[in-house]
Design a protein around this ligand. Structure first.
Ligand SMILES: [Zn+2]
Ligand SMILES: [Zn+2]
Length: 248
């Protein structure tokens, strides 16, 4: 299983990264987690737009879903002809939200391009992946996602504040990709994690490796790393656009 960080900028694109987007590949299947603003450009360095097999949206904040609008154009108007709809898993109302985002009529919206499926807490089969979704602590319906294949597990927090369900979801995972939007000096209770909280969640889950992500442009990433380090015993890395982690 291969994880590629496409976008890891928190809340809006930064100078070095799009907003949230991750590519997970296994056995030739290409799963995209989140399509935040700016992500569709960088994504094409790693996968042709016609080769994306499924998309999962953790929640419907702009920095996690808006580039589905660009993929809609690619699906609909590709010179080789329209592509068959691909599955897009998202919270209740995703189809309507994305139709509004593109200023389409809600019917048919993007239903000719995407097969919208309700993401709910629990287990889902997506291609070769076993995906477990858990509600996390954010002001809108939002999910953390555990993606498993080939005996390995990656857990992506999406956007969350402190959340016992995230610890359960990430139990024993190879890689925890946890948001670390805040520093201790400027926390956002009920919305986002601080770097230290992210590290403590990964430690409590017994994750093998921690990738700190959703890095907001106005924070110093080195300060994020310094605050996280004491709370996690394993390897910690800062997410970066283009970072590849192979699990084999
Ligand atoms: Zn976000
Ligand atoms: Zn959010």
């Amino acid at each position: 299983m291969r994880l590629t960080v496409i976008g890891c900028a928190g809340s809006f694109p930064g100078p070095d990264s799009p907003a949230s987007c991750y590519l997970i590949e296994y056995d030739g299947f290409r799963l995209v987690l989140d399509l935040g603003n700016g992500a569709l450009g960088v994504l094409q360095r790693h996968v042709a737009l016609t080769d994306i097999d499924a998309v999962v949206l953790s929640h419907l904040h702009a920095d996690h879903c808006l580039d589905l609008c660009g993929l809609y154009v690619a699906q609909r108007y590709h010179p080789e002809g329209p592509r068959e709809p691909i599955p897009v898993w998202g919270p209740n109302g995703t189809a309507q939200r994305m139709a509004r985002a593109y200023d389409l009529a809600e019917e048919p919206g993007m239903s000719g391009q995407f097969d919208f499926r309700d993401l709910v807490a629990g287990e889902h089969r997506i291609g070769p992946f076993h995906v477990t979704a858990a509600r996390v602590n954010h002001p809108v319906e939002a999910y953390g996602l555990r993606v498993e294949a080939g005996g390995h597990a990656v857990v992506y927090s999406g956007d969350t504040a402190e959340c016992p369900a995230l610890i359960e979801l990430a139990r024993g995972a190879d890689v925890a990709v946890f948001e670390a939007s805040c520093l201790e000096s400027q926390p956002a209770p009920g919305v986002h994690l601080t770097a230290r909280q992210a590290a403590q969640h990964a430690q409590d889950a017994g994750a093998g490796m921690l990738v700190l992500t959703h890095l907001v442009a106005w924070n110093d990433p080195q300060a994020t790393l310094v605050e996280a380090r004491p709370a996690f015993e394993g390897e910690i890395v800062l997410a970066a656009s283009g970072l590849v982690i192979d699990m084999a």
